[in-house]
Design a protein around this ligand. Sequence first.
Ligand code: NCD
Length: 299
Amino acid sequence: MKHFISTSDLDRKTVEQLLKLAVRYYDTAKDKEFLDEMDGKMLAALFYEPSTRTRLSTETAMHRLGGTVINAVGEENSSLRKGETLQDTAKVMSHYADVIAIRHKKEGSAREFAEGSSVPVINCGDGPGDHPTQAMLDALTIYRKFGRLDNLTVALIGDLKNSRTQHALLTLLRNFKGCKARLASPDSLKLQDEYKFEGIEYAECKDMKECVDGADIIYSSRIQVERFDDMDEYNRLKDYFVFTRKFLDDHCEGKILMAPLPRIDEILPECDDWEGSVYFSELANGVAVRMAIISKLCT
Ligand code: NCD
């Protein structure tokens, strides 16, 4: 694997190999320890779109592997703002770093960047496009809870049109057998056909209650404010769904509730200590999986 650009590049074997490696790194991530595998290597973390978890868990992953990190945050502080192309930035960064993580608002930006790079590139989110490291993180969370990625039913709730994490998870699950996706979103934010894969059985649901029925996993995404041109439309849709503790107690026994975070108002804080809520408790998976990806690309 030269770069880590798209979830659709990941076949079942690659996902399984990366999960195996991530499981090996899990204790190091959880116990906040350091290894020396990347001693003498440097990661450049270029985050031109807002990020908290993805950037800091990627940087943490490199540090835990024993490497070092340089970073650039915000397009307004970079030469992209002066008109430099992504490919030229990549050519320059390749002289500094051994691996580059990039997040940028334009769909396809990571691939464009990789064309100019002579070192491995990791896509940490290309606008409304893809988010393959998050898909691997979510796969690890599911794998650690269920011991498998086959024969699972996932209830996807929220902004199914714009949520790259939900798109990426479906793209990853298309490699596995017997998966079902139950969908609930406002009418204008429905899942597009390009994410309806052969091999996954889809059901459109009228509301949250119908959506979680029969699901193993509930995966919530906030309404993606940054993808809206019309703020009135966003304000009309932003409270489309809200997870309350009562809803979880009444309808979700035995299921897990996942969210890539940030959550805004759609998962109330009273849900955080519900037994199936894993969005905070499984955060070490993000570091472990990114350790696995960096290690696979660099060794
Ligand atoms: C997600 C993203 O940036 O797409 N966040 C993340 O990477 N953990 C989800 C989101 O912002 O809603």
